[in-house]
Design a protein around this ligand. Structure first.
Ligand code: EPU
Length: 417
């Protein structure tokens, strides 16, 4: 099994090019199922989750061409097998995103229930409830969701809970439904806006993406389009936290500061000096960081996907901080690993109290999920001595060439088998 080996203690200096956003590309790839014509997507990152999604779409009958590593052209002219098997869904929960498009286009879908995952229970009841309100017949048998619909029809759906992929699934399904769908209490994440732009370029009629009410006027078919994926705001934030924790000066290209206002505010509070323009962010960290309290919540508040990275920053910051996780029930697993590196953290329910110490100790640690892995990489960069991180397949799901990008900034990090 591959691992990362990091010699801590180097500050970070230089430039990094940010990749396209994983959580934007995953629904965009599924949007290709909505049309017989081709969809070209640019700025696609090289990630394990993307490979898994492409394999899933291929086995459903989608033709896929990848002219360059960052471009994908998908043509779902015929959907021969509208099924997402357990083997694929268990490695990537975002496979649930094929449910809405398959129902809308093929009138049927058989999708394995995702089941629980490392960070929480993560049910999909809101996806199912919404599609039922649009006229789908849905049953769950032997661990699979079986869904059929002759023709989906527009409906007014009020989500009980704000869900990102739930909003995306219903928004995609509604593009081909008969009449108007109104989705209320929806997620406002920038990835939803990116998806709406792409769907509108394919001929859909969606208004309100980025607010908490989205209106979709169904159309009879969608057509060919080309779309460039937005920058990855979580990859951007991860590099910014790394440099704030390790010190130094970095310049991030192909990104957008407006996508992560809540994160930048916290970094400034920690002592970072940040300036930015349309597609770059510059960060300078001249001093030791100060502790920052934070509470995760749906966009535009502080993202749960950046919580673990700030935990590592707080481990060596001046002062005591409280981090509260409100989105997922079990997203503090990195704490046990950070404690093996001598961090001073106490967990009380969904909150962690972190007392900053001068230095972490390098240790052998294990990645438990994607963002927890990123927190351990940051911890390794600021620790004294060597840190070895096992199970980095989690990291490869969502960070493109992280060791290459960090090495270019002067970090001593390498992959070993
Ligand atoms: N929830 C329900 N019922 C549902 C759907 C969600 O109770 O039908 C609950 C979840 O259990 C959770 C909360 O609602 O407690 C929010 O979950 P959400 O559905 O918004 O999460 P998601 O759509 O499954 C996406 C990202 C996650 C990110 C979350 C929150 C993708 C592919 N995944 O997941 O990304 O953490 O939104 O922002 O977009 C990651 O990249 O590391 C990652 C986990």
């Amino acid at each position: 099994m591959q691992k990362l080996i990091i010699q801590g203690g180097k500050s970070l200096h230089g430039e990094v090019t940010i990749s396209g956003a994983k959580n934007a590309v995953l629904p965009l790839l599924c949007a290709a199922l909505l049309t017989k014509e081709s969809l070209k997507i640019n700025n696609v990152p090289v990630l394990r989750d993307i490979t898994t999604m492409l394999s899933l779409l291929k086995q459903m009958g989608t033709d896929i061409i990848e002219p360059y590593s960052s471009e994908v052209v998908l043509s779902a002219s015929q959907l021969t097998h509208p099924v997402a098997p357990y083997e694929m869904v268990k490695t990537m929960r975002a496979a649930i995103l094929v449910l809405g498009p398959l129902l809308a286009r093929a009138g049927e879908a058989t999708i394995s229930l995702p089941g629980g995952c490392a960070i929480g229970l993560r049910p999909v009841d809101q996806h199912i409830k919404g599609l039922q309100a649009m006229g789908a017949e849905i049953s769950i048998k032997h661990g699979y969701i079986h869904a059929t619909a002759k023709k989906l029809r527009g409906a007014r759906i009020i989500f009980d809970i704000v869900t990102v992929t739930g909003t995306e699934n219903l928004m995609m399904a509604a593009t081909l439904a008969e009449g108007t769908t109104i989705l209320e209490n929806v997620a406002r994440e920038p990835e939803i806006v990116d998806l709406a732009h792409c769907l509108n370029a394919m001929g859909a009629n969606i208004q309100g993406a980025g607010t908490d009410i989205i209106a979709i006027e169904g159309v009879s078919s969608l057509h060919s389009a080309e779309h460039t994926v937005m920058p990855d705001r979580i990859e951007t934030g991860t590099f910014l936290v790394a440099a704030t924790a390790a010190g130094g000066e970095i310049y991030l290209k192909n990104t957008d500061a407006h996508l992560l206002d809540a994160v930048l505010d916290k970094l400034v509070e920690a002592g970072a000096q940040i300036d930015s323009a349309e597609n770059w962010i510059h960060l300078k960290m001249p001093t030791k960081p100060k502790s920052v309290n934070l509470r995760t919540a749906p966009y535009p508040a502080f993202p749960t996907d950046m919580q673990a990275q700030f935990m590592s920053l707080n481990c060596i910051a001046d002062g005591t901080a409280i981090i509260t996780e409100t989105i997922f029930e079990n997203r503090l697993m990195h704490v046990q690993e950070l404690k093996r590196m001598n961090a001073n953290i106490e967990v009380e329910g969904n909150a962690a109290i972190i007392c900053g110490i001068p230095k972490l100790d390098g240790a052998h640690v294990m990645a438990t999920d994607l963002r927890a892995s990123a927190s351990l990489v940051i911890a390794g960069l600021i620790a004294q001595g060597e840190t070895v991180i096992d199970r980095i397949y989690h990291l490869d799901r969502g960070y493109e060439n992280i060791e290459g990008k960090l090495s270019a900034l002067g970090a001593q990090i390498r992959r070993a088998h």
